[in-house]
Design a protein around this ligand. Structure first.
Ligand code: EPZ
Length: 424
């Protein structure tokens, strides 16, 4: 098990360039397997979830080639069998986008069940509801795998998602772009990565309208030729993670290569807490007010444009250093506070009850050895350690590296004293 060793208590200062969005890249790369020609995708983050997904594509027979550090070409035309049963499929959540991609191209798919962060149940009933509406009603799921078939091909349909779901919205889009006729997804998710996947599909010949609103209309096409280049948007969650390190470590951090509108749910809260935030065209600088304090407030996670659930653990860590008592209400996931016991091991004064966490700020943390419960909880542990005098050890850092590219190097660039120790 590999670890980070952190000497905390040092204010972080400087600039950090944000990588491409992991969650947009997972959808866009899967979309590259849904079209009928090659494509080139730029600004792809080199994180393990992406490497794993591309390994799955190669094993399926696609031509996958890294053209530079962050640019990959994918040619799916040699894939003839829509069966993804390799063990990698269970290593991440995003592998389930192959369901929509292969239903669209082959009208059938068989694959191992997806994996991903474990914070409560992660059903796919809405994905299956969408596929059924499109004509893929033959569905068999065991503990290990899922098989879906549309005996008479896919036909456009109107689908209402009774719960706003990023994954279901993307998966249904990936199938519907090849369905015969028009598909309408109502109560669709509006995250920036939904828009990114729709923009990629349109660049490759599809006709997807309304992404970013709660009604997406897709006019299916027989052939999506591809043969274009597309660049992934910056990672909203990586950017937010670094932005919150500024108040927590009493530092001054400028994140570069961001889309400020995507950051507004966090920017507005940082300002509400009294931080000074300078917003540029593609950068955001965050510092503390002159008295070096920031005031706790209440955060409620919601689907975009609400406050992102993927910044929830990082927010709880940040509130440990605020003046007063902060409150966080987790409205998206049933059980996303499991990591809090590890912050309490560092001395944090946090009370959880159902969807509510109450964080007593101004309680000095003490260094400790803590694990990474999941990807974003791991980032929160690193944040807490960076703000705590003394040496802390973060275990199971492979979990963090699923979604943060060059995390140690970026933190060292901001003055953090962090090192990694690898073990086989
Ligand atoms: C995506 O997960 C992200 N993962 C998650 O980020 C993120 O937390 C989540 O969206 C919400 O923003 C990827 O993009 C790979 P959902 P996803 O479907 O698509 C319920 C990270 O840290 N639901 O939007 O799985 C579900 O239980 C990861 O990068 C159903 O009920 O999330 C949840 O309560 C962690 N039925 C809510 O919808 C379904 O069929 C939102 O889930 C699907 C979802």
């Amino acid at each position: 098990m590999s670890i980070y060793r952190i000497q905390g208590g040092i204010p972080l200062h400087g600039e950090v360039t944000i990588s491409g969005s992991k969650n947009a890249a997972l959808g866009v790369l899967a979309a590259a397997m849904a079209i009928d020609g090659p494509s080139v995708i730029e600004n792809v983050p080199r994180v393990s979830d992406i490497e794993t997904l591309l390994r799955i594509f190669s094993k399926l027979g696609a031509d996958v080639e890294w053209l530079s550090h962050d640019t990959v070409s994918i040619d799916p035309t040699k894939v003839t069998s829509p069966e993804a049963l390799m063990p990698e499929v269970h290593e991440l959540r995003g592998s389930y986008y192959l369901l929509g991609a292969f239903l669209g191209r082959f009208s059938r798919v068989r694959q191992a069940l997806p994996g991903g962060c474990n914070f409560g149940s992660r059903p796919i009933d809405l994905h299956l509801k969408g596929f059924t509406a499109l004509g893929a009603a033959n569905q068999r799921m065991t503990d290990e795998q899922i098989e879906i078939e549309a005996e008479r091909g896919l036909k456009g349909a109107s689908i209402f998602l009774n719960v706003v779901s990023v994954g279901a919205t993307i998966n249904i889009m990936l199938a519907a772009v090849h369905a015969e006729g028009v598909t309408v997804i109502d109560n669709a998710a509006k995250e920036p990565h939904i828009v990114d996947v729709a923009n990629f599909l349109n660049a490759m010949g599809a006709e997807v309208r309304g992404a970013g609103t709660d009604v997406i209309k897709i006019n299916g096409k027989a052939v999506l030729p591809g043969r274009k280049t597309y660049a992934i948007i910056p990672d909203q969650i990586e950017a937010g993670t670094f932005m919150m390190m500024a108040p927590l470590t009493h530092g001054d951090i400028k994140v570069n290569n961001v889309i400020p509108t995507h950051m507004e749910p966090l920017t507005n809260k940082l300002i509400e807490m009294g931080c000074l935030v300078e917003v540029g065209d593609d950068s955001i600088r965050t510092v503390l007010r002159p008295d070096e304090t920031y005031t706790a407030t209440t955060f409620k996670t919601m689907p975009y444009p609400g406050f992102p659930t993927d910044l929830q653990p990082q927010t709880v860590a940040m509130l440990c250093g605020a003046e007063g008592s902060g409150r966080v209400i987790e409205n998206v996931w049933d059980n996303r506070y499991q990591y809090i016991e590890h912050l309490q091991r560092m001395g944090a004064n946090i009370m959880c009850s159902g969807r509510l966490a109450i964080i007593q700020g101004g309680v000095p943390l003490k260094p400790a050895t803590v694990p990474c419960r999941d990807l974003r909880a791991g980032a929160a542990m690193v944040m807490a350690a960076l703000a705590t005098e003394g040496e802390s050890v973060i275990e199971q850092i492979e979990t963090i590296e699923r979604g943060y590219e060059n995390f140690v190097q970026k933190l060292q660039g901001l003055g953090a004293r962090i090192s990694e120790e690898r073990s086989k």
